[in-house]
Design a protein around this ligand. Structure first.
Ligand code: ADP
Ligand code: MG
Ligand code: ZN
Length: 262
């Protein structure tokens, strides 16, 4: 008998097998002189572990897709389909690609007018990273607040736990919910701070998109004015400010309209 992997002859087993049933003794009379079987077993275990890791990673990706709140039209936003002519889109793509190779924990603050493509840019990043196995948690603050009002304690705890577990946190439309509800500013600011602070403490990168103007000069910074210095300081600590410039892409453009009825 010899090993089917390396061809080495089996050797006679010198161990005392007399306490074993006969058929076992027969089986163990000759044993391999190599460790091919052990190696094979190890490789199989390793492959199994890898498969399980991959599965749990994909489950995580899926889970964070499910708990994220995104307008369905952004499910298909990708860098390949996008108009990449603006600077912020190229920055977003570079960010997403480097995220995979460098253990990124630096974030971005995308600020600019309505309809300039901030949400679109964050969606491209999220979709790209998910495709590469990263769990991206996209938060909508307005919806978060509504949930907190109903069952705040449980909901906040669950969300903060998820922030600790994701690979990247995106808060889209930061500040949009501020105008509609200003009656409970202290409560709101505390919730926002808790959220950002949790990401900060667990070293999770944070991407924020906002219509609020960012400015280094505090007297001109709307984030400072609307949310106070504690939140602004955390945000600039975690996010590199990127201006998203350009006119709004929202609405039907002139050419499209006149062409459509021509
Ligand atoms: N780079 C881009 N390529 C193609 N479409 C874009 C791009 N950026 C934005 N859009 C489209 O323009 C519209 C407005 O963009 P959006 O991201 O919602 O703006 P914002 O979040 O800044 O208000 C969306 O319908 C989006 O699909
Ligand atoms: Mg938006
Ligand atoms: Zn062998």
């Amino acid at each position: 008998m010899k090993c089917q992997y390396c061809g080495k002859e089996y050797i006679k087993n010198s161990a005392d097998l007399s306490y074993m049933p006969e058929f076992m003794q027969e089986k163990l009379k000759y044993i391999p002189a190599c460790n091919c079987l052990e190696k094979l077993h190890e490789q199989e275990m390793e492959a199994l572990r890898k498969k399980q890791d991959e599965e749990s990673r994909m489950n995580r990706v899926k889970k964070f897709m499910d708990i994220s709140v995104v307008d369905a039209k952004f499910f298909k936003s990708t860098f390949e389909n996008a108009d990449m002519s603006s600077k912020h889109m190229r920055t977003a793509e570079r960010y997403a690609k480097s995220f995979l190779t460098k253990n990124q924990n630096v974030g971005m603050l995308l600020y600019g007018g309505v309809g300039t493509g901030k949400t679109y840019a964050t969606a491209c990043i999220a979709n790209y990273l998910r495709e590469h196995g990263k769990s991206v948690f996209v938060m909508n603050l307005g919806l978060y607040f509504n949930k907190l009002k109903i069952e705040w304690e449980k909901e906040e705890k669950a969300v903060l736990e998820n922030v600790k577990k994701c690979d990247l946190l995106i808060i889209d439309d930061f500040g949009a919910e501020m105008t509609s509800n200003t009656e409970n500013v202290t409560w709101r600011d505390e919730k926002i701070f808790n959220l950002i602070d949790t990401a900060y403490r667990s070293e999770k990168p944070l991407i924020i998109s906002t219509n609020l103007k960012y400015h280094e000069d505090l007297s001109k910074c709307e984030i400072e004015k609307n949310l106070g210095s504690r939140i602004r300081d955390r945000v600039v600590d975690m996010c590199y400010p990127i201006a998203v410039i350009g006119k709004s892409r929202r609405g039907i453009n002139k050419e499209t309209f006149w062409e459509s009825i021509a």
